[in-house]
Write a protein that binds this ligand. Sequence first.
Ligand SMILES: Cc1cc2nc3c(=O)[nH]c(=O)nc-3n(C[C@H](O)[C@H](O)[C@H](O)COP(=O)(O)O)c2cc1C
Length: 210
Amino acid sequence: MSVFVPRRFQKAGRPAPTRHSIHPLLAARWSPRAFAPDETVSSDQLHSILEAARWAPSSFNEQPWRFVVGTREEPEFLSALQDLLMEGNSWARAAPVLILSAYTPTSGRDGSRNRVALRDLGAAEENLVLQAFDLGLVTHQMGGFDVERARNLLPGDLEPGSMIAVGPPGDAEELPDRLKEREERPRRRRPLDTMVSLGHWDDFRDPDDG
Ligand SMILES: Cc1cc2nc3c(=O)[nH]c(=O)nc-3n(C[C@H](O)[C@H](O)[C@H](O)COP(=O)(O)O)c2cc1C
């Protein structure tokens, strides 16, 4: 199925080849590695994407998510966040904004472990990411960073979630060949019937069944 992509998402460039109709914003979101070198994220844009995260749903409305944000306004702090990135994610140093997401693992109600805190953080991140794309920015979430060091830098008992690179889209042609090739790979997902069991407990098709 071809997806109609509104002009404001087109700069991001690589819509999902969906089999059923989905919102164009969802199809437009992807995880690029190229950021425009001389452009930045305005304060309004930054606050807008964080506000989007704020309005995510969460269990008991506990909002366990926290975001540590580095921008080019504070180069030393941005650099400290960049230093957490694993070698394979060095391309993210080009992003004008880096966010370390984290969550409070215990419930504010009774101090018990909040089993769904990481889930809630994921929902908030998705809000943030989609809002960014709606503003013409791109994002890339990363689990590849020094989690132990991040845990030590974070206050209290906050648990690291992911690092999120945010910025205006760049030109994949400017990336090293190894990364450029990854940007050009077809976008893929497992078929729906390998992840959905409709009216059964276990009717998931084996992905190898073709
Ligand atoms: C929690 C999380 C961690 C990820 N970690 C990395 C990472 O360390 N490095 C990387 O290049 N991409 C990372 N990704 C991006 C995924 O590889 C990407 O979302 C996936 O391949 C689907 O591609 P798409 O986002 O372009 O649809 C991560 C994504 C998520 C949600």
